[in-house]
Design a protein around this ligand. Structure first.
Ligand code: KG4
Ligand code: ZN
Length: 338
């Protein structure tokens, strides 16, 4: 079965064709990230406008690259939640029109379910149940993936998402947007032991909290400024990256140990972080669990992950009507009741 996937929930306008939930046929990503970088973060109105400009060509190229027309696909999958609502609506309305005109099923896909489905593209042999950390710009969840469309959230951030913390700290350090890659690059030249950053206390065994960490960096920068001292940006980036990655890895491994998970996964933009990948490799080996990580090209937002998840939603008869609405927030375990 061939599914066309469409994604527009943040600053990437993306479309892809995927066969049977794991075989990549085409993948096109257009992005307004360079323009967003001028403002130090995503400006929702700019994201929406660029989606409107990019969406037709992006979807057309995904079909062209696949050597297909809309008649050849078995369904149109689209991110309908969660995300920047103006941005989500562009992809959703485009997908609705396309599905209606071509008489194809419209398949609503939850963005975080899509991030998890990126794993099936990189590891076609991977099947639920497994444990997954989904860490992006808007969410940080530790999730038990029970089957391809059923999830149990074990832990989450109580304040900032991991990607959001990377972005905010990068901004404080003058490293630009997006913060994750910028922090990693600076960290390579720094000493991770140079600054002692706190381990935030948080209720809930698998919950995480990053706002205290972010504030600690901000305070250090402000205090240095007041004293007329220079902060060692590379070492602060390294200290921050190590602390946040240690917290993420520790919580995921703790959840894996408690639940006896033999398959541990990560997904979402933050899953591209090489130190996190390294820490989890070591930790999973110690636990005797197998670690699965998406290829870097599938960590950030893309249409292929939406098409992959769309396949499983279609098999589960999760089909949307023309009255389907976009939502800024929606739990990952909504189970069909939209
Ligand atoms: O999943 P994603 O592409 O979009 C959302 O759904 O939010 O995640 C974007 C987030 C940004 O906050 C970005 O800074 C972070 O992922 N990110 C990283 C890395 N690459 C992207 N964070 C840490 N290390 C990276 N290498
Ligand atoms: Zn995302």
């Amino acid at each position: 079965m061939y599914i066309l996937g469409i994604e527009s929930s943040c600053d990437e306008t993306a479309a892809a064709v995927v066969k049977d939930g794991h075989e990549l046929i085409s993948n096109v990503v257009s992005t307004s990230v360079a323009e967003q970088a001028l403002y130090g973060g995503v400006v929702p109105e700019i994201a929406s406008r660029r989606h409107v400009e990019f969406i037709s060509d992006t979807v057309k190229k995904a079909l062209d690259d696949a050597g297909m027309t809309i008649r050849d696909v078995d369904g149109v999958a689209v991110t309908f939640a969660p995300g920047l609502i103006g941005a989500v609506l562009v992809g959703l309305n485009f997908a609705k029109a396309l599905a209606y005109a071509a008489d194809k099923p419209l398949i609503p896909v939850h963005h975080l379910r899509g991030h998890i489905a990126a794993l099936y593209l990189s590891h076609p042999e991977l099947k639920p149940p497994f444990l997954c950390l989904v860490a992006s710009g808007g969410h940080s969840h530790i999730v038990q993936v029970q089957d391809h469309t059923h999830y149990k959230v074990l832990g989450r951030t109580v304040d900032d998402a991991a990607g959001e913390a990377f972005d905010k700290v990068a901004r404080t350090l003058g490293l630009g947007y997006p913060g994750g890659p910028a922090i990693s690059k600076a960290a390579r030249e720094g000493d991770a032991k140079a600054y002692r950053l706190p381990v935030p206390k948080v209720e809930g065994r698998y919950n995480v909290s990053f706002s205290g960490l972010k504030t600690a960096v901000l305070n250090a920068v402000n205090q240095a400024e007041m004293k007329g001292e220079a902060i060692d940006v590379n070492s602060m980036a390294a200290s921050f990256e190590r602390r946040i990655d240690e917290i993420l890895a520790e919580k995921l491994l703790l959840a894996a140990q408690d639940t006896g998970a033999d398959k541990i996964c990560i997904a979402g933009g933050v899953a591209a972080n090489s130190l996190l990948r390294c820490l989890l490799n070591e930790g999973a080996q110690k636990l005797g669990a197998k670690l699965y990580m998406p290829e870097l090209r599938f960590c950030g937002d893309n249409g292929a992950m939406i098409a992959a998840q769309g396949y499983y939603e279609l098999l589960d008869h999760n089909i949307g009507g023309l009255d389907l609405n976009g939502l800024a927030t929606l739990p990952i375990d909504y189970n069909g009741q939209i």
